[in-house]
Design a protein around this ligand. Structure first.
Ligand code: HEM
Length: 154
């Protein structure tokens, strides 16, 4: 189950990133060029929120069964000084939870705005900050410190 969830979590990262990039593109385009807010914009906002929440559920599940996190929690005093262990036990979850909260708040705020420009502006700002947090907290394959594959086989 652990390896299946890990592969799923790795794969869904791409859905989160692609949906987020598309929604941000639509948001800036609408905000800066005074476009009308359409169904595509609404769907892109909802798609980001759903992808992020699915990733949250799988991430939380992983957190409770991961041997790395388990080692971190049971040997906190020593493990907190080990960069790779601390990353998954503390840093990754904190940054990703913050990003998902920003996506959720941004999405809810954008939905409630009446003016199209305000909807676009809200999405553009909240989603861009969330994207930066996510990009900085993914264990990229090219990262010198914590490197994980770009995609994992099931
Ligand atoms: C948008 C949000 C997130 C993205 C893009 C993301 C991305 C990733 C990626 C790419 C990995 C490496 C997977 C691999 O080894 O192939 C990973 C590992 C992990 N993630 Fe996330 N993650 C997100 C949110 C979360 C959240 C919210 C949690 C916890 C609540 C979480 C918990 C974990 C854990 C525990 C691991 C490592 C498990 C292990 O190696 O034993 N993630 N994440």
């Amino acid at each position: 189950m652990y390896l299946i969830l890990l592969a799923l979590h790795s794969l869904i990262r791409w859905f989160v990133l692609l949906s987020l990039l598309f929604a941000i593109y639509r948001a800036f385009r609408g905000w800066l060029f005074n476009k009308t807010h359409t169904g595509i914009d609404d769907s892109s906002r909802v798609a980001v929120t759903i992808a992020a929440h699915i990733q949250l559920v799988i991430g939380l599940w992983l957190y409770f069964i991961s041997p790395i996190v388990s080692y971190f929690l049971h040997n906190f005093k020593d493990a907190v000084h080990e960069r790779q262990i601390r990353f998954f036990g503390m840093e990754h979850i904190t940054m990703m939870l913050t990003a998902i909260v920003l996506i959720t708040i941004g999405s809810a705020k954008a939905k409630r705005k009446v003016a199209d420009k305000e909807k676009f502006k809200t999405m553009a700002i909240w989603f861009t900050i969330a994207l930066l947090l996510i990009l900085s907290s993914i264990p990229w394959s090219f990262s010198p410190l914590i490197s994980r594959p770009m995609l994992r086989a099931f």
